[in-house]
Ligand binder design. Structure first.
Ligand code: FAD
Length: 316
């Protein structure tokens, strides 16, 4: 069975959930081989990759790979494509992942698809384009398919793999060393999951009414173990930090469940959340456009509905 390379996303040695999703997808396309680049590789990390079906783990955690931005990972993957002729390469569609995917495609003269929300036989990828107005299915026709897949495109399913370890040395060119990392600052880890990775997102908009109003949005998110998002109206008003903005000029999320409270559903907001698996809307205006994409809707005042919802969830 042909190999499918999966670039591992990891923070401080911890394998991120999106990698487990990519391994799950890769198993349907061939034999998954995880590619570890950077510091923090451990037996625990290897065991995690094996648990989700990695038959091989390529490891490049030397000085060279850790010291420069993006390019070493591209060089590593390009080398593996040259030597192993994999059936395809899967990368998480994070900002860094998409940059790696684009550069890798140029370097290996291959086609690339980014922001896939689904992936099936023959590496046919599903994307939602033009601000979510159109869904397309596409396939790479040149070189090695390089697909950047959004977090939550599938649920991770465990399946034991052999995880045979192979060390890889990468020789970097001067161009690869153009951007050196001078300092790493660990991001403050909140209690909530990262917005773009969360399986559940509870988002508030102008209808929330104030910064204090976001208290119930946070409480609902916490009762579900989810992340908090916000519309641009809410972030521009200073009610919630900009890093949590969902939409065209904010983050793109694709969770299993997206709860939109007090959000009208402008096209720019939809562009960032339309591919969510289940959309629940709470809005006092039955004509709000967001109801068009809702799986479940509640017409009502969120200040009454959300506390009742929290109460119900906490009873269970
Ligand atoms: P509104 O459109 O004002 O809607 C508020 C909703 O809350 C209404 O539907 C109302 O019925 C409801 N409501 C009010 N009170 C209550 C209550 N008590 N209970 C229940 N419901 C209530 N927007 C984004 O979100 N993300 C982006 O990334 C983004 N990028 C943009 C980029 C560009 C170039 C432009 C031009 C705009 C962008 N916007 C973006 C802005 C976008 O066009 C909308 O203005 C914005 O999404 C509106 O936010 P909202 O739905 O919270 O507010």
């Amino acid at each position: 069975m042909a190999e499918v390379l999966v670039l591992v996303e990891h923070v401080e040695g911890e394998v991120k959930k999106v990698t487990l999703e990519l391994l799950t997808l890769a198993r349907q396309l061939g034999a998954p081989s995880a590619v570890w680049a950077g510091p923090g590789y451990s037996e625990a990390a290897k065991a995690k990759l094996a648990e989700y079906g990695a038959e091989k783990v390529y490891v490049a955690d030397g000085e060279e790979i850790t010291g420069y931005v993006v390019a070493p990972k591209v060089a590593l993957l390009a080398k593996l494509i040259g030597e192993k002729s994999p059936a395809g390469v899967l990368i998480a569609a994070t900002p860094e992942g998409k940059e790696i995917a684009g550069r890798l495609a140029v370097r290996t003269d291959s086609g690339v698809i980014t922001d896939a929300v689904g992936l099936g036989e023959g590496f046919v990828a599903e994307q939602s384009i033009f601000g979510g107005a159109i869904n397309v299915r596409s396939r790479v026709t040149k070189g090695t398919p390089i697909i950047a897949v959004r977090p939550n495109a599938t649920a991770p399913v465990a399946a034991q793999g052999a995880a045979a370890e192979e060390r890889v040395e990468v020789a970097l060119s001067d161009a690869d060393k153009a951007a050196r990392i001078v300092e790493r600052v660990a991001q403050e880890k909140g209690a909530r999951p990262e917005l773009t990775e969360a399986a559940i997102v509870v988002a508030g908009g102008r209808g929330v009414g104030s910064a204090e109003g976001f208290g119930i949005i946070e409480k609902l998110a916490d009762s579900l173990g989810g992340a908090v998002g916000a519309s641009r109206a809410a972030t521009d008003a200073g009610w919630y930090p900009h890093q949590f903005q969902v939409g065209q000029t904010g983050k793109t999320v694709s969770p299993q469940l997206y709860i939109a409270a007090g959000i009208s559903g402008a096209i720019q907001h939809r562009a960032g959340m339309q591919t969510s698996k289940t959309i629940v809307v709470i809005n006092k205006d039955p004509e709000a456009p967001i109801f068009e994409i809702a799986d479940f809707g509640v017409v009502g005042d969120l200040h009454k509905v959300v506390p009742q919802l929290i109460e119900e969830i906490e009873k269970r």
